[in-house]
Design a protein around this ligand. Structure first.
Ligand code: MD3
Ligand code: FE
Length: 199
């Protein structure tokens, strides 16, 4: 089932159990070569979400600020975006053009992501695709400017969200996850993949 909330196209249950485990399996070697790290803000605050990336560019943040980088903080290039992940992009966007960045966000029991806009990409007309794996997450959708009413929806493992058009510049965040609500990840928690054309 596909629903639209403020221009966000939400494909509920887009990925069945087999497709979810395929993606998880493909992420193992990626995370071995590019382990999750805890990004810091310019002010030295640690983010509660742990991150890594695949593709030509990965989003990173440290004391120098946040930006897209062609390398993991260890200095090695990011691994390629796995095929099963690229196939989701093609399926839901129907675009020939491929994403050059796959951000990997890991949410443990107490992780959250405050309301923010994504505008570090060079061309904001490309959509962003989000793939949820593991525990349920409470996703909050705001407006294209700060403030105003927000709407919240629960994202479940296998849900895919496409942000294009007006939704591309909407404020959004993750209030909390329901730790232990899914058995997909052996240690619990949630992985969110966001596919973008960043460069
Ligand atoms: C709307 N991630 O990585 S996914 C992010 O679940 C991010 O990890 C959240 O926000 C997560 O930047 C939310 C949904 C999402 C992702 C990217 C967007 C919504 C978006 C980019 C533009 C607009
Ligand atoms: Fe975001």
């Amino acid at each position: 089932p596909r629903l639209s909330v403020r221009g966000f196209d939400i494909h509920k249950g887009c990925l069945d159990a087999a497709a979810q485990s395929d993606i998880l399996e493909a992420l193992r070697p990626v995370l071995r070569r590019a382990p999750l790290t805890t990004p810091e803000t310019r002010r030295g605050q640690k983010l509660s979400v742990r991150m890594s990336a695949a593709g030509e560019l990965g989003w990173t943040s440290d004391r120098r600020g946040y930006r897209y980088e062609p390398r993991h903080p260890r200095g090695t290039p990011w691994p390629a975006i796995p095929d099963p992940v690229l196939r989701v992009w093609t399926r839901v966007t129907e675009l020939e053009h491929r994403p050059d960045s796959c951000l990997i966000n890991y949410y443990g029991a107490d992780a959250r992501m405050g309301l923010h806009q994504d505008r570090d990409e060079a061309d904001l007309s490309w959509p962003v695709v989000s793939i949820s794996l593991g525990d349920d997450a409470l996703f909050r959708i705001g407006n294209t400017t700060r403030g105003g009413k927000t709407e919240s929806i629960w994202l479940h493992s296998g849900d895919v969200v496409v942000m294009g058009g007006e939704a591309r510049l909407a404020y959004h965040g993750i209030d909390r996850i329901r730790f232990g609500s899914s058995r997909l990840l052996p240690k619990g928690g949630r992985i969110n993949l966001t596919l973008r054309v960043a460069g």
